[in-house]
Design a protein around this ligand. Sequence first.
Ligand SMILES: NC(=O)c1ccc[n+]([C@@H]2O[C@H](COP(=O)([O-])OP(=O)(O)OC[C@H]3O[C@@H](n4cnc5c(N)ncnc54)[C@H](OP(=O)(O)O)[C@@H]3O)[C@@H](O)[C@H]2O)c1
Length: 311
Amino acid sequence: MKTFTLPGTDIEAPNVVLGLMRIAEKSDDEIRELVRTGRDAGTTFLDHADVYGRELHECEARFAEALALTPSERDEYTIQTKCGIVREGPYFDFSYEHILESVEGSLRALRTDHIDVLLLHRPDALVEPDEVARAFDELEAAGKVRAFGVSNHTPRQIDLLRRSVRQPIVANQLQLSITHAAIVTQGLAANMVGADQSVTRDAGGILDYCRLNDITVQAWSPFQAGFFTGTFLDNPEYAELNQVIGDLAAAYDVPPIAIATAWITRHPARMQVVLGTTTPERVAGAAQGSDLPLTRAEWYALTRAAGHIVP
Ligand SMILES: NC(=O)c1ccc[n+]([C@@H]2O[C@H](COP(=O)([O-])OP(=O)(O)OC[C@H]3O[C@@H](n4cnc5c(N)ncnc54)[C@H](OP(=O)(O)O)[C@@H]3O)[C@@H](O)[C@H]2O)c1
């Protein structure tokens, strides 16, 4: 597993992360097997959110109940969680009170005294950056949160936060897969009249902004074709892409999911891939894509096969 020091922290982070959004209905044994398979493959960085599960904090609590980590086992993992979504509505809330209340709930559910990385989940149009800064300062001073980041944010939204927040924004979690790839591919077709890919849907150059500012992009839904529309892997609607993935998987002697992972990890932005599968073999398979040396020709062949313009 390829690791790197997460800029702005002293966390040694793997570039493949295990997301635990889908574990609510899994048994303790299934959760243990999933997390331990991930650990053995090097995915010791875990992604949670207060809203994952049928009830608030449910997935965080299911994880903690199933694993029942001792303090030293706890320290083998980097635990990231998110706040800022209110399920009833839904709406977004980056108020001081909401951030603190959510973190207290996460600490209780996760049965830990600290969160390694806290992300603001989705931009709150009513954000007051000074309030966020006050919440972050208090959480940091109390040792409850070690590092802070965002998710689904644009460059200007991050700039606005950074004017008030003292701590570095270390991560921006964004949707990215070979097929849902505007943050990578929009720039390939910029300024091409009539090309849909030329339309700015990359949140205003967010990938380059993050690279320029040492903010690690974390790719969520790395195998989903669209917004929770099902995976492109083994999907006949993506026959050409699966053909290229299959050929590369055979050439590198890895499962296809490793190639889909490598399309993201091969990018020089040093992104992290946030897996959502609850199938242990898929986690182990994806981990094999952590450090796969796809050539430029191979990376672009995958990009073209997913239907993107490479003009
Ligand atoms: N920041 C945000 O706004 C945001 C939003 C969504 C998700 N996330 C994070 O990102 C993580 C990943 O999201 P995701 O679950 O949508 O991503 P994903 O890894 O692209 O999708 C996983 C889902 O696809 C299914 N699947 C079916 N065939 C598959 C195959 N061949 N290979 C792999 N998976 C296959 C999995 O089923 P099985 O479980 O049966 O394998 C699982 O339900 C979440 O756990 C969460 O931590 C963040």
